[in-house]
Each structure stands twice: as C-alpha cells, then as structure tokens.
Design a protein around this ligand. Structure first.
Ligand code: C6P
Length: 427
C-alpha cells in the first residue's frame, strides 16, 4: 500500500499541487497519540522520522508471512525473501537515480555507509601528505571515519570554513582543493542548520582542480528533495532509512559502479565470497561484496515501501510544503527579539531545508526542550553530533526544530507558543 488514507465524508481535497497534510497524517498512527496530556507535535524529524502504516505493515507482513534468510536457500520462503530484498534494492536505485541496482549497497545507515567508503575506498588510496577535505558543518559521522582513516594512513583532515550565515565559503573551499586532495566529503543538507549545499557545483569545482572522489552525506536530503546522483555528479552518496520514514537499522550507499568494483570488502563473512579456502578467499562482485553476513531483510523491504510512499506523495510537493513551513517559522522567530535563529541570515546564499536551529536568551537549550516536551512538542536540544559546527557558531548547543511532510503551520504556532512559555518562565 502506498497511497495515503482516503478522504473522509465531507472532507475537502487540498488545492491542486498542495500536500493533503491531514490525510497524510492519518497514515502515521503515532501522530494520533498524546504526550503529557497534549497532542503530539513531532518536530524531531532530523533525528528520526515516524513511519506510515504502509511501512509498519510491510515489515510486519514480512515476518508474518514469508520471512527467511535471503540469498541462502532454495526453499519458497527464502526465495520470496530474496526477491523482496532485491526488489527493495531496485527501488532504492531508482529513487536516487542510480543506473544499476548493483550500485546500491545496503548498510545499517549513513554512518556505516561513510565508514565503508573511508575504509574500503580511501584507506588503500591515502598516504602521508594526502588530504581529506570536509566542511565545518559536518556531522560527526562525516568527520570521525575520516579521522580514523587518516590516523591509519598518515593523511590529514582539513575542514573548509563556513560563513556566519551558515553557507560553505566556496572561495575558501576552492583554495583548499589541490593535487593532494584525495577525498572531498560533505553533507548535502546540514542536520544542524538545514543548509542545502550545491553538491553539483562542488563536484565541478573538485574535478577542475583534483582527482578527488566526492562523497556526499545525504542523510538529511533524501526525505526532503528529489536526489539524482548522476545530476549531482558525485562518486558516493550515503543515507539512512529511519530519517525517510523507513525502518531503523537500514540505510544505503550508492557508489559509482567502477569504483565499487575496484574496492576491497569492508567486512568479511558469509555471502560476500565466491570461494574460501584456508589459504585465500575470492570475493564476489558488488554490492554483495560489501554485505557480509545475514542482511537486514525486513528493514530493507520496509525501506522500499517508504520510498514508494515518498514517491506517491511526491518529493516536489514535500519540498514546497516543508519550505513554506520553514519560511513561516523563521519569519515568526525573527520577530522575537529574545530568540536568535542560527545560520539563516539574510545574506545566506544557499537554500535551507526542513531545519531551524535557535537559541533563546537566558535559557539553556535543554531547559527549552524540557518545557516544550511538557506541552507535547518534541524537538532536539544539544550539539546535534556537530560539535565543530557548534564551536564555529560560538554556542555549546542549540534548540532544533526539524520538519517532516506531516507537519503543519498550526504545529509551528504551537512551537512558538511553547517558546513564549519558556520566555515567561525564564523571564
Ligand atoms: N543525525 C540528528 O539528530 P545515522 O545515525 O547513521 O542514521 O545518521 C548519521 C547522520 C549522518 N549525517 C547527518 C547529516 C545526520 O544528520 C546524521 C544523523 C541525527 O541530526 C542523529 S545524530
């Protein structure tokens, strides 16, 4: 099932091209619950989004009716599980514009995808004096794997600066790309600021100046906008299922076929070999070369259904809806002199997606989060696994509201009235 719930009696369809948010909300059972006696206002989608009935049902149906291990048996259940698992891979490939399903490696999520690239692609390539170029807005998942591989190889991590308005400083970035740069790794969308980086422009710039691979952390992009890896012209693209309305414990890495084919395995174990003796092992082809052990079968199938759900709603419409929510939020917050919105200044050149980070004068972000929670409003407070970015912004932590396709303007207003309550309490 991919379509949202049908219209109720007397319910009016939304304007042409607009998202029918009320109908969509009915597809997400958890949104009907209350928290501390208030209706749930879920604005923590960047941490993890909620799942529609279709995804919950697909996972449950797998376990109830046909689950068995994949790629290991000739019995009916194993063949069905294998077919569904591989069909899900095909959906992921189509979703990101990959030319072949074999360019999609299932992983546990963005973190594992980026570690895979660092260890299997970069480690054999890097040596002393080589450079891995990141940006100051990266999530720890796109910093630590590179630090580990640099420690192992003698290469070094550099970070391109961002502007006060939260954009990558492209001039400074360009100056940092040189013939020693082997990898450029950056977020498509910042999890803490919502900055949408122009990956295609970065890839062009990198190709003009070096032979570096362009690795994209797409965790915060895929739920919010149409992604086409061939248009981005990157080399690797990593993302997680749980942020795009799919199950937890599953994600994917897209990699250029010829790069994947040249890479050694990441993990060793069952299903990634053609022949094993005690003397040596021959590895199978991608993507199976990178999927050692029993895969996350039901979560992968659920991810395929989440993709169908997103496609049935329409990524263009989701992007427009979330953009309207974000503009409304920033506009209202900018009118509150005791609130400072971070990284969305008037001079910001890049678009922003689905995320607003703020600080409230005189109130610690964790206290803000607690007071909002008491009113049923779920947001995240902290460093958002982006400590170098917090340092750059000069704050220890922020309050972050992050939107999904089911959020409404009314929920933004509830967030804002929650902030007024914070102000009342803290004075
Ligand atoms: N960010 C957040 O609240 P995993 O945990 O592997 O699914 O995703 C890691 C990750 C990588 N890159 C970016 C840009 C991310 O936002 C995340 C996850 C969550 O912002 C949890 S820290």
């Amino acid at each position: 099932m991919t379509a949202p719930a049908p219209l109720a009696d007397g319910e009016r369809p939304p304007a042409a091209g607009a998202l029918d948010v009320e109908r969509l909300r009915a597809s997400f059972p958890i949104l009907a619950r209350e928290v501390h006696g208030h209706r749930l206002v879920y604005l923590d989608n960047a941490a993890s989004a909620q799942r529609p009935e279709a995804v919950i049902e697909a996972v449950s149906d797998c376990y109830r009716t046909y689950y068995a291990n994949a790629h290991r048996g000739v019995h009916a259940l194993s063949e069905r599980s294998t077919d569904e698992y591989e069909a899900a891979r095909g959906k992921v490939a189509r979703f990101v514009g990959a030319s072949k399903s074999s360019e999609i490696v299932f992983t546990r999520g963005t973190t594992e995808s980026l570690n895979l690239v660092a260890q299997s692609y970069a480690r054999p390539l890097l040596g002393p004096g080589d450079e891995v170029l990141l940006t100051e807005m990266e999530h720890h998942s796109n910093i630590v794997p590179w630090q580990l591989v640099c420690e192992q190889t003698g290469a070094r991590v550099r970070a391109a600066p961002i502007t006060d308005d939260g954009d990558v400083d492209l001039d400074a970035f360009a100056r940092m790309v040189n013939e020693r740069t082997r990898v450029v790794a950056l977020a498509h969308v910042s999890n803490a600021l919502g900055t949408v980086n122009d990956v295609a422009a970065v890839a062009r710039l990198v190709r003009d100046r070096s032979g570096a691979a362009v690795v994209v952390d797409g965790a915060q992009a895929v739920p919010h906008m149409k992604v086409d890896v061939s248009a981005l012209d990157c080399d690797f693209y990593a993302f997680s299922g749980h942020k795009m309305y799919g199950p937890g414990g599953i994600g994917a890495l897209w990699g250029r076929g010829k790069l994947l084919a040249s890479m050694p395995p990441y993990h060793g174990g069952g299903a990634m070999i053609t022949r094993v003796t005690f003397e040596r092992t021959e590895y199978t082809v991608p993507p199976h070369r990178f999927e050692a052990g029993t895969p996350s079968i039901a979560p992968a199938i659920g991810l395929g259904v989440a993709i169908e759900f997103l496609e049935s709603v329409g990524l263009d419409r989701i992007e427009r809806h979330e953009h309207a929510l974000l503009s409304h939020t920033v506009e209202v917050l900018n009118d509150l002199p005791w609130v400072r919105v971070l990284g969305q200044g008037a001079e910001a050149g890049s678009p922003r997606a689905a995320v607003v980070s703020l600080v409230v004068d005189g109130a610690h972000p964790h206290d803000v989060a607690t007071i909002l929670d008491e009113q049923g409003v779920a947001i995240r407070a902290g460093h958002h696994c982006a400590q170098p970015l917090m340092e750059r912004l000069g704050v220890p932590a922020t309050v972050r509201a992050s939107f999904g396709l089911y959020n409404t303007h009314e929920e933004v207003d509830l967030l804002v009235s929650g902030l007024h309550e914070v102000r009342r309490i803290f004075g």
